[in-house]
Design a protein around this ligand. Structure first.
Ligand SMILES: CC(C)(COP(=O)(O)OP(=O)(O)OC[C@H]1O[C@@H](n2cnc3c(N)ncnc32)[C@H](O)[C@@H]1OP(=O)(O)O)[C@@H](O)C(=O)NCCC(=O)NCCS
Length: 338
């Protein structure tokens, strides 16, 4: 399996942490290939949900050992009743009945998420075979936002062809964030960049730079920029040297010459490494264009702002992408930078 230099560098750090990651999609060959690669590299202990007999048969056929890999059929798990009870307790106020909890716990994404809630796993990677909504919903309902005042959002880490690492949000969860929600997304993404060792230079992206274009979209980003600059004055951010500016077009954010022309007073223009999109349409289309036409490596959607790391995959992902997201998930279990 060909692993990129960026992911190799993350694997090296992740190996030292001895974490347990649950992979709920044992029916998918790409997940099994990724689990094998991750286990061979001692990246994490893996728990694959699915039919153990079928998974073992696949590994046998490939001649692969199962060291570091556990297989588990939720329906036959000795903890099934405990997890159903836990789910019922967590969701009864939202109207879930015991019968519904007993059925829902059997859905692999719910089972895996409950394993994390119960402390039986540290993180989860799913989505090779499920929509983003089906992967993310259990996380939002059970693991919950780590801050009551901030929404959970979806990040892509991009290893670009120019050798730089960029952080792009929100490309997958919040459909049309308000100005306040864009601030949440920007702050969470800045924290993610720092967690992965980068100093955030945040561009609040728009089709307009410093008022060059008119319309509600640009107004929203301008308002979000003002709110975010205010939020960054809080003592918790004082020592972090986070730079943020907007509204900026993508060329002004990324190209020094264009940045100097369109936003000469900006500390961010030309040097942005954190790109905040105005809505999910711009974010989702943007990341796919960068990946398909720009040749960038993209990892995500990675959830940020949750109490424990649960990450999604694109259904078009390759086994090596899953290995990359497992490494990222292990590193996200650390509260501080890695
Ligand atoms: C993420 C998503 C699935 C959540 O929507 P939903 O399933 O309808 O969920 P609800 O609105 O009923 O919310 C479910 C729970 O999640 C919480 N929630 C929803 N969005 C949240 C967010 N951004 N941050 C924190 N919590 C959130 C709700 O508060 C609710 O909690 P509760 O049930 O404990 O009160 C929805 O926003 C979505 O479909 N987004 C687009 C996904 C997509 O298609 N992406 C493109 C492909 S990558």
């Amino acid at each position: 399996m060909k692993i990129s230099p960026y992911i190799e560098s993350l694997i090296e750090k992740a190996c030292k942490l001895n974490k347990t990651i649950v992979l709920p999609e044992g029916e998918d060959v790409r997940v099994l290939q990724a689990a094998h690669e991750a286990a061979e590299r001692h990246l994490a202990k893996l728990i694959i949900l699915g039919c153990p007999e079928e998974i073992n048969a696949y590994f046998d056929k490939q001649g692969w050992a199962m060291d570091g890999i556990e297989t588990l059929d939720p329906a036959r798990s000795p903890k099934l009743q405990d997890y159903a009870k836990l789910l019922y307790e967590l969701r009864k106020e939202k109207g879930m009945t015991e019968e519904e909890a007993a059925k829902t716990v059997l859905i692999p994404n719910y089972f895996g998420t409950l394993m994390i809630k119960a402390g039986d796993a540290d993180g989860m990677v799913s989505g090779a075979n499920h929509s983003t909504a089906d992967t993310v919903r259990p996380a939002l309902q059970i693991i919950k936002s780590s801050r009551k005042d901030r929404i959970v959002s979806a990040l892509f880490i991009m290893a670009a062809q120019n050798g730089r690492i960029y952080y792009l949000s929100d490309c997958a969860i919040n459909i049309n964030p308000t100005a306040k929600e864009l601030v949440d997304i920007a702050l969470s993404t800045a924290e993610s960049a720092m967690q992965f060792g980068d100093k955030p230079q945040i561009a609040m992206l728009s089709y307009s730079t410093y008022g060059s274009g008119k319309g509600e979209g640009a107004d929203k980003v301008r308002e979000a920029t003002a709110l975010a600059k205010e939020a960054l004055k809080a003592p918790e951010y004082a020592a972090m040297d986070i730079k943020l500016d907007g509204e900026l077009q993508a060329d002004a954010a990324l190209d020094v010459a264009v940045g100097q022309k369109k936003a000469p007073s900006s500390e961010v223009a030309g040097n942005a490494n954190v790109l905040i999109f105005p809505n999910i349409e711009a974010g989702n289309i943007g990341y796919k264009l960068l990946q398909r036409l720009g040749g960038a490596e993209m990892y995500g959607p990675l959830l940020q702002g949750l109490n424990a790391p649960i990450n999604d995959l694109s259904r078009g992902c390759f086994a090596e992408d899953i290995v990359g997201v497992i490494a990222i998930t292990v590193l996200q279990t650390q509260k501080k930078g890695c």
